[in-house]
Design a protein around this ligand. Structure first.
Ligand SMILES: NCc1[nH]cc(CCC(=O)O)c1CC(=O)O
Length: 347
């Protein structure tokens, strides 16, 4: 064992490492992992940091980066949605202030910027959305109980995708439901339910689980009611250095990567011609990848839902196969009327 590097023995489990040119910094020097400072980002980054340390044999230090999405009080839709949580971390990477960054994959814009490597997509957490409602109620129980007292359930979310699917669900049942635009961190959002301001909020299960707050979920919303955002529940590990990326590839989960590539290809193809809310979920059934896509209007009046399934081999062409599945489903959705939901994109 190398006395200079107490983690040296870890490297023996990854014989590839010895053949690579060296990642940035001396072997005993910590790798700098950039993270947002929200509780969720810190939890995710801490989990990934331990894994990075294990596969690189190096200590990892967290470097807090403040993003515009964290400080602005504007509605996300107003700021421009995609990228607000991500660009400050990417700037820090490109300027060499950090060695790697961890993002929630669903916050990652579909366009891949020059100079950044998507080094790893670790195994996905629960992809479902979750309801946190008063009195431990499910959505169905909640609207029924409140119908009895003559008012609509007030459900908070800042997401056009969730709003569209909540409204479509209520319309299909003929029940009254009022969606209320909210934003803020997990504490703030759940706080609206605790204070009685709202009857329920919808959040990502993965985020709640990573914060150790999964027990507060009163219903897991399956894809029949609510298809999640492309990439929901998955993380992205980005870096700029090819040798470091090769080491971090040990954290990659290929079935997860193929699934999120399919979801994001669908999103990218629809983004080009459609400003409507988009949901996508790819799931594995044996060696087949099944991709479900939803495009709708936020009022829930129109909700297009289609599925594409393809056999997928997890070889060097897996990402291209997955992307083709996503593009093909997007084309069919546009054919079937997603084009009719198109609006002028104003950015
Ligand atoms: N938009 C913010 C965001 N980005 C990722 C997550 C949750 C974790 C994940 O989906 O991986 C959340 C919070 C939420 O939607 O409740």
């Amino acid at each position: 064992m190398n006395p200079v590097n107490p983690h040296r023995h870890d490297l023996d489990e990854h014989p590839m490492n010895g053949q690579l040119s060296s990642p940035p910094g001396a072997p005993e020097q910590p790798l700098r992992l950039g993270t947002r400072r929200s509780a969720l980002a810190m939890a995710q980054s801490g989990m990934v940091a331990r894994e990075v340390s294990r596969v690189t044999g190096r200590p990892v230090e967290l470097v807090e980066i403040t993003t515009y999405g964290d400080t602005s009080r504007e509605a996300l839709a107003q700021i421009g949605g995609t990228g607000v949580f991500v660009s400050a971390l990417r700037d820090a990477l490109l300027e060499g202030r950090i060695d790697l960054a961890v993002h929630s994959l669903k916050d990652l814009p579909t366009a891949a910027p020059a100079g950044l490597l998507l080094a790893a997509v670790p195994e996905r957490e629960d992809s479902r959305d979750a309801l946190v409602a008063r009195d431990g109620l499910t959505l169905g129980e909640l609207v029924e109980k409140l119908a009895g007292s003559g008012r609509a359930a007030r459900v908070g979310t800042g997401s056009p995708r969730r709003t569209a699917q909540l409204n479509a669900w209520a319309a299909a049942r003929g029940t009254a439901l009022e969606t209320v635009a909210i934003r803020g961190n997990v504490d703030t959002r759940i706080g609206y339910v605790a204070s009685g301001e709202l009857d329920a909020v919808v959040l990502a299960t993965a985020g709640l689980n990573r914060l150790g707050r999964g027990a507060e979920i009163t219903e897991h919303l399956d894809a029949e009611l609510m298809v999640p955002a492309p990439g929901q529940g998955a993380l992205a590990v980005e870096c700029t250095d090819a040798a470091l990326a090769a080491q971090l590839a040990a954290l990659d989960h290929r079935p997860t990567r193929a699934a999120v590539v399919a979801e994001r290809a669908l999103l990218a193809a629809l983004e080009a011609g459609c400003s409507a809310p988009v949901a996508a979920l790819a799931t594995w059934a044996g060696t087949e990848l099944r991709l479900e896509g939803v495009v709708g209007t936020t009022d829930g009046a129109t909700l297009l839902r289609m599925t594409a399934t393809g056999p997928l081999v997890l070889d060097g062409t897996a990402e291209e196969q997955a992307a083709a599945l996503g593009r093909a489903l997007a084309a069919r959705l546009l054919d079937q009327g997603a084009a009719g939901l198109m609006g002028e994109r104003n950015r």
